[in-house]
Design a protein around this ligand. Structure first.
Ligand SMILES: C=CC1=C(C)c2cc3[nH]c(cc4nc(cc5[nH]c(cc1n2)c(C)c5CCC(=O)O)C(CCC(=O)O)=C4C)c(C)c3C=C
Ligand SMILES: [Fe+2]
Ligand SMILES: [Fe+2]
Length: 335
């Protein structure tokens, strides 16, 4: 059908899959980190203190002290292709690119920083995506991660005359595909070690404890992932929560304290991994692999191994492909 000359162009209908992760600074320097943290920590889903009280603390204290320290941490893990979190998410999107047929576009975006969700959603619309699967890459649901990523996408859609139809990827913390992928990945990494760990620590990102009482299912999702994984692997896992921030009480036990307690209890050989992160990042490569090792060894630990996230490993990508394909059912014919 030919359109009248004054009709806006209508591209061939397509489907979009948007992988969404947290975000990261553009560079490992204090200025970039300050910009990133300013956006991240101003999100009221992340810091649930009224903005009128929080912004003076954030702008007056935190953004004048933390960026320099964090920039140093980022510089220790920065790769040739950029921040690990962004580089790995980009590789995951590239690996999934041709998975769902020629009419399905796969792209990626960050909740804070670049590439921005608005940019990538605009590009998807321009390419003809009339249906979009938003995929927050967080296995365990948390308002501070999953919900805010979806919120940001919906805020962008609120400005569109012609909105695409939307689906969101549910959390997959207890999905057999995820538990199996973690099991395969961990067993391979454990069999390559030159020691047998006395303990295996599953470290999840922490959250303020009151979010559990307020009804966020994050804590329960983490516990269930660890239980299912332990059952599947036939070994006990030690669960811990990392990255405490600010003076409030956070979910525990804390990862740093757990590592020290293990070493002091004579469990001097430890392997640690972070099942809640779909990609290695500052929190795993610097906080666990560098600083975690230091505190463990200072407390008397002798053998320490950090086991990588699923990242863009074949088993990790295959798991993502399967859960995304399931969410696309009815939009894309199986095949
Ligand atoms: C109140 C503060 C924070 C909450 C709540 C929080 C929740 C949360 N975060 C992740 C995943 C990641 N966080 C990362 C970095 C990071 N997180 C906080 C604070 C909170 N996180 C800060 C201040 C930082 C920045 C680094 C620093 O200055 O220490 C990252 C890594 C980003 C990267 O660039 O590599 C991830 C990933 C989850 C899953 C979560 C709640 C469940
Ligand atoms: Fe965080
Ligand atoms: Fe719980």
């Amino acid at each position: 059908m030919t359109l009248p000359p004054d009709h806006p162009p209508i591209p061939k209908p397509k489907i979009g899959v948007l992988l969404m992760n947290l975000g990261t600074p553009d560079g490992p320097d204090a200025k970039s980190v300050k910009r990133y943290l300013g956006e991240f920590l101003s999100d009221s889903r992340v810091v649930e203190i009224p903005q009128i009280a929080w912004q003076p603390i954030l702008r007056g204290i935190i953004l004048n002290t933390r960026p320099k320290k964090s920039a140093h941490a980022y510089s220790q893990v920065w790769r040739e292709d950029g921040s690990p979190l962004a580089a790995i998410t980009r590789l995951q999107a590239a690996a999934l690119k041709d998975s769902f047929g020629p009419d399905v576009l796969v792209d990626w975006a960050m909740r804070y920083g670049n590439p921005s969700m608005s940019d990538r959603l605009t590009a998807m619309k321009a390419a003809g995506c009339e249906r979009i699967l938003l995929a927050p890459l967080y296995p365990q649901y948390c308002a501070a991660t999953t919900a805010t990523a979806n919120d940001k996408a919906f805020k962008h859609l609120a400005g569109l005359r012609w909105q695409p139809a939307i689906r969101t990827l549910p959390p997959y913390y207890d999905d057999t595909l995820y538990i199996d992928a973690l099991t395969d990945s961990l067993e391979e990494a454990l069999s390559a070690l030159d020691f047998t760990p006395d303990a295996i620590v599953a470290s999840f990102h922490g959250m303020p404890k009151r979010t559990l009482q307020q009804g966020d299912p994050y804590h329960c999702h983490c516990q269930k992932t660890a239980r299912l994984l332990g059952e599947r692997m036939g070994r006990e896992l030690t669960i811990a929560f990392q990255s405490r921030f600010g003076p409030q009480k956070w979910l525990g036990p804390a990862t740093d304290e757990t590592l020290v307690a293990l070493a002091k209890a004579g469990k001097t050989k430890v392997a640690i991994f972070a099942p809640g992160f779909s990609a290695d990042c500052l929190e795993t490569l610097e906080e666990l692999s560098i600083r975690g090792r230091e505190s463990f060894e200072e407390a008397g630990g002798t053998h320490f191994a950090y086991l990588p996230c699923l990242n863009d490993s074949p088993v990790g990508v295959e798991m993502l492909r399967s859960i995304l394909a399931r969410e696309l059912e009815g939009w894309v014919r199986a095949g």
